[in-house]
Design a protein around this ligand. Structure first.
Ligand code: UFG
Length: 341
């Protein structure tokens, strides 16, 4: 069995990827500091797969802790690095918290990989690196523009750190996956998205409004240059996104990569407006959402969606699930989590 370290493995994207890894026959070792997730996620993974992954509670931004943890784990075939802070708004108020955590953890991981001769790393990047692109859909060649937030900047700098390190070594190989907007939950509803406090993202806000925890969903702006005036994103089902990691990992393990550092967009290729998301949620769940239109949210871009042809051709990756599937799975997860039948 090939051993894979998943940093941030108890988080939202990490936990769903652990499930797909285990189901694909990999041995999973999770490293997480539990700063934005709970240890119960391990039970969710076990309920789905029958296996509870080995777990280390480690602050990867701490060089000593990281070194002693990596010393305990032998014969690693690959690392999938999710562990990072991800709240865009918070990063504007606490930039150093973001630079310290997101960059130091990546540097510590790569240093340890070099020291231990671990070869393969998959990095969680984001479509945020494109900002508001002039031409849509965005391809991997679309220009990277100056990030709007320190969070976005940590993704850009991380990609550069990986690129420069790969150039300087012979054996290290990496793939960055630029995610579009992940939504939904595992079909079992045993794992899902668990925002702490008031959700910043659209879909958890919708499900929490539907369940009655939030009074009303605010739709941020209906005066964008889009067909219905609300902003457009490329929403990808979390299970589809998780599967993209298996494709990327296998590409490295099977030595199918063309160069030692590659980048792929991971989205559906389709843009949906906020109102379309709301209407689709209402349709698949039969619930009427209480919402109102308010001013634009500062820092939001108008529209983005992915050109997925590179991932399709090179990774053989194509999404399978619809927006409706994703929204229904998010709703089922919210209901199960809140013990609502
Ligand atoms: N929105 C609302 N009401 C809400 C929340 C969101 O109308 O209560 C709107 C936003 O204005 C935006 C869309 O829904 O138009 C999606 O917003 P999200 O906050 O769910 O997602 P973003 O596209 O803003 O951000 C996501 C990730 C970030 C990442 C970014 C780009 O959350 O981490 O994609 O990759 F940086």
């Amino acid at each position: 069995m090939k051993k894979i370290i998943v940093t941030g493995g108890t988080g939202y994207i990490g936990s769903h990827t652990c499930v797909e890894l285990i189901n694909s026959g990999f041995e999973v070792i999770i490293i997480d500091d539990l700063s934005n997730s709970t240890i119960e996620v391990l039970n969710g993974i076990k309920k789905i797969t029958g296996i509870k992954p080995e777990f280390y509670k480690i602050d990867l931004a701490n060089a000593k802790e990281t070194f002693s943890c990596f010393n305990k784990i032998k014969n690693v075939s690959g690392i999938i690095h999710f562990a990072a802070y991800k709240a865009v708004g918070e990063s504007v108020n606490f930039p150093l918290k973001y630079y310290k955590n997101n960059l130091n953890s990546l540097i510590n991981i790569i240093e340890n990989m070099q020291e231990k001769s671990f070869k393969n790393i998959i990095f969680s990047s984001s479509c945020t690196v494109y900002g508001q692109a002039e031409k849509l859909p965005v391809t991997e060649q679309s220009p990277i523009i100056k990030a709007d937030s320190p969070y976005g900047n940590t993704k850009q700098i991380s990609e550069e750190i990986i690129y420069d390190t790969i150039k300087s070594t012979e054996y290290l190989k990496a793939i960055s996956l630029r995610y579009f907007n992940p939504i939904g939950a595992h079909e079992s509803s045993e794992i899902g998205e668990l925002p702490i406090g008031e959700p910043a993202n659209l879909v958890p806000y919708i499900t929490q409004t539907a369940v009655g925890i939030r009074k009303q969903l605010r739709i941020f702006g209906n005066d964008y240059n889009t067909p219905d005036g609300t902003a457009i994103r490329d929403y990808i089902h979390i299970t589809d996104l998780a599967k993209a990691h298996i494709a990327a990992l296998n590409r490295l393990l099977n030595k199918e990569n063309k160069i030692n550092y590659e980048v792929f967009n991971i989205g559906t290729g389709k843009g949906n407006s906020v109102l379309e998301v709301v209407k689709t949620f209402e349709k698949v769940t039969g619930i009427k959402l209480n919402y109102k239109i308010v001013n634009r949210r500062p820092g939001d871009i108008e529209k983005i969606w992915a050109d997925t042809s590179h991932a399709e051709k090179e990774l053989g990756f194509k999404t399978e699930k619809s927006l409706g599937d994703a929204l229904l799975s998010a709703w089922n997860w919210e209901k199960k989590y809140r013990n609502i039948t």
